[in-house]
Design a protein around this ligand. Sequence first.
Ligand code: NOJ
Length: 736
Amino acid sequence: MQMKLWPAVALATAVCVAAHAEVPDFPLDFSLTSTAVNAFGAAAAHQRAGSLVSKMTLDEKLQFIHSEYAMSSVPGGGAGYIQGVSRLNIPDLNMVDSATGSGSTSQASTTFPATIALAASWDRRLSTEFGKQVAIQLRAQGFAMGLGGGTNLAREPRGGRLFEYLGEDPVLAGEMLAERTDGTQRQKVIATIKHYAGNEQEHNRGGGNSQIDERTLREIYLLPFEIAARSAQPGNVMCSYNRLNGDYACENAHLLNDVLKNDWRFEGQVQSDWGAAHSTAKAINAGLDEEEDVGSTVYLTPAAVKQAIANGSVSTARLDDMVRRKLYVMIRTGVMDDPPKASTIDFAGANVFTQAVAEQSMVLLKNDNNQLPLSAASLSRIAVIGGHADAAVLTGGGSGNTRDPVTGSFAGCGGLTFGTSTGCSWWTNPWLKLNVPIVSAIHALAPAAQVSFAGNSDQQTPFRAYTQQEIDQAAALAGRSDVAVVVVAQPAGEDFGDLQSLSLANPSNQDALVEAVANANPRTIVIVESGNPVLMPWKDRVAAIVEAWYPGEGGGKAIADVLFGKVNPSGKLPVTFPMHDQDTPTWGQNGAFEPDPVYAEKLDMGYRWYDAKNIAPMFEFGYGLSYTHFAYSGLSVIHRPDGAIDVLFNVRNDGRVAGAEVPQVYLGVPYSGEPPRRLVGWEKVGLNPGEARRVRITIPQRMQSVWDTSRNNWRYVPGGTVYVGASSRDIRLQGS
Ligand code: NOJ
């Protein structure tokens, strides 16, 4: 078998020693895989921004802090628009959603895999490239600012927007976000990180009050933002809809001024989520720099701000600061001097990239007796069942979606719609013919076999329950086939609410479908398309399981490549897959969502919860199999004078095929309230059969620290236990 790796992994392999230079006043030191972008030197950019502000009239300044365009009228089908000042050569700034590609409502875009998939790749360079490829398309469509970069954590495993985020660990999420941000800004597109902060559920999304103590905030929920803000310097931070400890996020002085702008020295701008501003003077004085209007919320309009200045509740110095921040970001990223121009998009090239991302992110969850990879030569009849595998793969709905290139509208999704008119979760691309459904992709790899599909081919109501007749037909097909591939799908999207359960509820009887097929054919392989963990009551009765996430437009081919071993899976779970809903930290007595969620589990979120409570998950954080096997040995832990720790160990591919492993370093910090283990570093290492590599991962002092509420600062806690594992529970080496 050939090892097919995106060049990113190959490169990461070559430099598997993580270098972390010391910056005295910045102990949280994560080096990017490249140097953070700065098209224009920071000092010069500040000076130039200041000089421009001094030349602007009051009206010109006010035009810079409020996007008054209803989304339907934003040029180019974007989400927001700030008009430039031509007499000062300041260009217009047009922005668009970009979680999985451009969300323009009128222009075609590639559909990239969901970002939960990107997190599952654990591949930093792939994340940089993801940010770059999305940004190339944004610029070609005329957008200078992307609104991707979601990084709320998977506290609520049923969260409706989990697919837009980067999993449950703050360090994994933060580093992947930093890389993505850097990749975007290198293309002269301003990057956004969002939704800041405490926005971990859709329930009561307009105003829920997330109650999170300071230590939990600093160590868990703010950390991904801090890592990205400090190391990649995104131009834009989007504050969220919810309240945090009483105040709305967009008028929360602690969140915006104290933490973001003062502690982290963030020099960019804070923008409200669409309609998330709730006041004029309070918000401005708390640190909000720009309001995004959805028609009804009008707090930073020229009239309102003029009045606030007149009555003294907002100072002109603060207004200048708001404008200067925006200009600074435009100058620094290169948008000011080189605004985007319409150009042609290389959809075929981007399609190849999306397939590579999907391939690197798939997680092999189970593979009894090496049932995978399949060998085309030994199969004459292949059954493919369910999940509309004959037509398309699933993507998430809402602003984390892309539009159909043919019609440019949400409604034109090849007839496959989900939920409401604003959600098109099934993606087809008949115009470009780049979307190869799973059935066709399998057929291409096993041309001599008969590949048959059974399931629900209903494109108008794709998520209706399978009928008993459809289940019986699927089982009969499986019974007369050499192998049965069952595709199950869990749709989700912004503004569709959170999932009620992690069970495969939509359609409600997908579990029955899997059971019937598994009863008919012991060689049943399950492919899961989801943005959330799913429950698998049939886990022990199927031969193999692959988590494919929402794999983007190259997903069909990527899935087939994994099934037939053209790609050796190397993804690892960025989120715990529990055994039952009741095992999750947020289920409580009956699974009801709290309108004002209290983060009572504190630091014990995600895998920390299962470890602290001794609950066995179905598949733990960091878990993922390969078609080869990796052996770990030779741990040494070296303490450096600066307090950092170098963790060195060997990883050997002792199987017969090439593959990539993600060795993970966890730390048990000896301090009250800390969870048993926290992730502090990892590498993705590509190895040929028999090849070994010595990996070095440096843990900065800050990653060995806790938030000390009595001092309102970080406290370094030396003497922790170092664990090196193939997952958060498959610990192979241990030292102190
Ligand atoms: C609201 C969403 O929460 C946010 O993520 C998105 O960027 C804006 N709408 C603009 O579409």
